[in-house]
Design a protein around this ligand. Sequence first.
Ligand code: ADP
Ligand code: MG
Length: 310
Amino acid sequence: MSAAEFDLIARFFDWPVKHRLNRLGVGDDCALCRVPKGYELAVTTDTMVAGVHFFENVKPAFLAHKLLAVNLSDLASMGAEPFAVTLALTLPHIDEGWLTDFSAGFRQLAERYTVDLIGGDTTSGPLTLTLQAMGVVPEGLALRRDGAKPGDLIYVTGSLGDGGLGLKIYQGYQSACPEMALQHFHCPEPQLQHGLALRGIASACIDVSDGLAQDLGHILSKSDVGASLDWAQIPLSAAVREYIEQTGDWQLPLTGGDDYQLCFTVPPEKQPLLSADCTWIGVVESQPGLRLNKHGKSQTIQATGYEHFS
Ligand code: ADP
Ligand code: MG
């Protein structure tokens, strides 16, 4: 590694580790972490490619936030407590302004959740950002996709469609109240508190990154079940309601991506243990497929959301 690269890492990606599980961070050939007895390591990776997953003119601090948030969201959906991430950066050139903004956005979210950046790799090439995130979860308590049973109730955190609306606003849709949806699109909040609270309660869980229909579809196929949703129960923000009234595009909350809320299933007897800010939207059934009850009629909905190879 050249002196310039070494300097770059020292200036933008090296700050002291804080989480109790991290023993050694940036600067050696490997980082060293501890996994406590009785816990399992949860590991996930996501890559964002310029022009594919983000527009090149998006603020670097937003890119950093989103890159970290989408990985933390995967840990949240497993009920894992995050403690460390590694960052593989491919940069077309060294742009100090870009790196300063990216590093600040990254550090701000990382410190909010006490997640340490413990290492990475820096290479030259078309702008590509890859993050690996690690968390711990007590053995046997991870919230997997394959545990839903007929009769379980389906819930979501927050509201749906805000990320998808944010993308539409970014692309030019004129909304009366754009700020919340744009914020949601650029800087989604990983639902870590909910994920931890759902340990031992949810029978299956997923984070909604590609649209509710597609992501709930993953729970249904892994669990070998189907489901019915109740349209009237789907939680919508005022901005998404207004969008649907203006455009008639009522499917946005079911198929739009970038929500990063959790969708989970719960056996009915555990329902009283849920926090008040989760919304019931449907039930798991033995009949395969996903059905939507809308204005008294049941219709089958396809599990289509954002697909990368379509
Ligand atoms: P090696 O040649 O052993 O892979 P590198 O020269 O790539 O080491 O990196 C030196 C140190 O800086 C390592 O500890 C590595 O984890 C860390 N590092 C490199 N790039 C990044 C980055 N973008 N963010 C955080 N740490 C990084
Ligand atoms: Mg390296």
